[in-house]
Ligand binder design. Structure first.
Ligand SMILES: Cc1cc2nc3c(=O)[nH]c(=O)nc-3n(C[C@H](O)[C@H](O)[C@H](O)COP(=O)(O)OP(=O)(O)OC[C@H]3O[C@@H](n4cnc5c(N)ncnc54)[C@H](O)[C@@H]3O)c2cc1C
Length: 371
């Protein structure tokens, strides 16, 4: 009998991590339409600086030594089979769902071909060089981080952040000191805030495209800009669940999981990363932690043991750079108390490298696949 077949759907942070973790002990198939992994944490820097593209896109050809990456969309998934295109079916002894969330450009990409994704980024950078004013809709972590990158790279750009909420960072359990630190650093760079009223209507142009427009908030404030970005709406990608797994998808698109990260009623099917309903902020660090738990449990099942690894949601934390040398963070001290750190610590923890060195290491472990 051959090695047990582990099929992983989605090769983001969670899927790529569990694929490498099980490569030595199972017959791993990773199903991922993109030809290169997208390091979303660094994507906003690549939107303003072309030299960052090599630290955001990593080809999959060095990820696995024994297993394979199938560059196709999973179209229909049951607990034992994944149908990709043209009716082709991949059989699974163990199935891992890791399809993450969709988010608007330039934080994430719909393009599967890295050359097309890079061409879109190049057009965006060209638009930003020409633009005089930019509107960001959404004052959450992504909108604020984007404002930080734009204001650091293009200091003359007039930036306006719009949000229906009355303050920044209202969607998480964030300390007031964090909100005021971020707000005052962006104030110092001349960023304008239109808070407390939603836009009456969205601009009639695509995000990231140079096309001057005027919009109004419902409170009647007028905003003129040349480019806009949508920084809200993290949507779970789980619409491919069919047959016995159709009921695993909750109304909001997330998948309910047991503490072992298996789907209740399906001991050989696991869900990890942003698609889970675990009550914690959706983070790459959490997705990677899920991958290690599910990998340990699949190893136990393969060895005939009871799965015993579990995931405990971590307390709210955020490291929010505003470009390479500014920002603020909310972290946990060893005694469990929450603490807000300033620009220097935030740059050292994330802003300078954006965790790109760790991702480069993950994607360069195996020998390149023969072509
Ligand atoms: C701007 C930004 C900054 C961030 N900064 C941080 C940070 O500093 N720290 C942190 O911890 N987190 C950060 N995050 C959050 C982090 O990016 C997500 O939590 C993380 O991407 C979740 O990983 P995942 O593996 O669950 O899903 P994803 O990374 O979204 O990967 C899902 C994969 O599944 C694939 N897929 C989708 N549909 C299918 C299908 N039908 N068939 C096959 N494959 C499919 C996709 O192509 C994708 O590659 C940031 C996010 C953004 C947008």
């Amino acid at each position: 009998m051959g090695d047990p077949r582990v099929v992983i759907v989605g090769g983001g942070y969670a899927g790529a991590t569990i694929a490498t973790s099980l490569d030595a002990v199972a017959d791993v198939t990773l199903i991922e339409p993109k030809d290169s992994f997208v390091h979303a944490t660094g994507a906003l820097r690549a939107a303003v600086d072309a030299s960052w593209e090599d630290r955001v896109f990593f080809p999959y050809n060095r990820l696995l030594t024994r297993g394979r990456v199938v560059h196709e969309y999973a179209q229909a998934v049951t607990s034992t089979q994944v149908r990709v295109s043209a009716g082709r079916v991949v059989d699974a002894d163990y199935l891992v769902l890791a399809t993450g969330t969709a988010y608007p450009f330039p934080a994430k990409f719909i393009e599967s071909d890295v050359l097309v994704a890079k061409a879109r980024l190049a057009r965006l950078r060209e638009a930003l060089r020409e633009a005089r004013a930019v509107m960001i809709v959404g004052a959450g972590p992504v909108g604020l981080e984007l404002a930080g990158e734009l204001s650091a790279a293009f200091p003359a750009l007039k930036l306006t952040i719009v949000d229906r909420a009355r303050d920044v960072l209202t969607t998480g359990d964030y300390l007031p000191e964090l909100c005021s630190a971020i707000r005052s650093q962006l104030d110092d760079r001349g960023v304008a805030f239109e808070l407390g009223s939603p836009l009456g209507y969205l601009p009639p142009v695509d995000v990231g495209v140079l096309a001057p427009f005027t919009v109004h908030t419902r409170a009647g404030r007028r905003i003129d800009a040349d480019v806009w970005f949508r920084c809200y709406g993290n949507t779970p990608v789980t619409d491919f669940l069919v047959g016995d797994l159709a009921g695993a998808r909750r109304a909001d698109g997330h998948i309910a999981v047991a503490p072992t990260l298996s789907i209740p009623g399906f001991p050989t099917v696991f869900a990890i990363g942003d698609i889970t309903d675990i009550p914690e902020t959706k983070r790459a660090s959490a997705a990677i932690a899920h991958a290690h738990v599910a990998a340990a449990n699949i190893r136990a099942l393969i060895d005939g043991r009871e799965p015993s690894a579990t995931h405990e949601p971590a307390a709210e934390l955020v490291v929010l750079p505003l470009g390479p040398d500014a920002g603020a963070s909310q972290v946990l001290r060893p005694d469990g108390a929450r603490e807000v750190l300033g620009a220097r610590e935030t740059s050292e923890m994330k802003g300078i490298d954006l965790f790109s060195t760790a991702m480069a290491q993950l994607f360069s472990t195996a020998a390149p696949a023969a072509r």
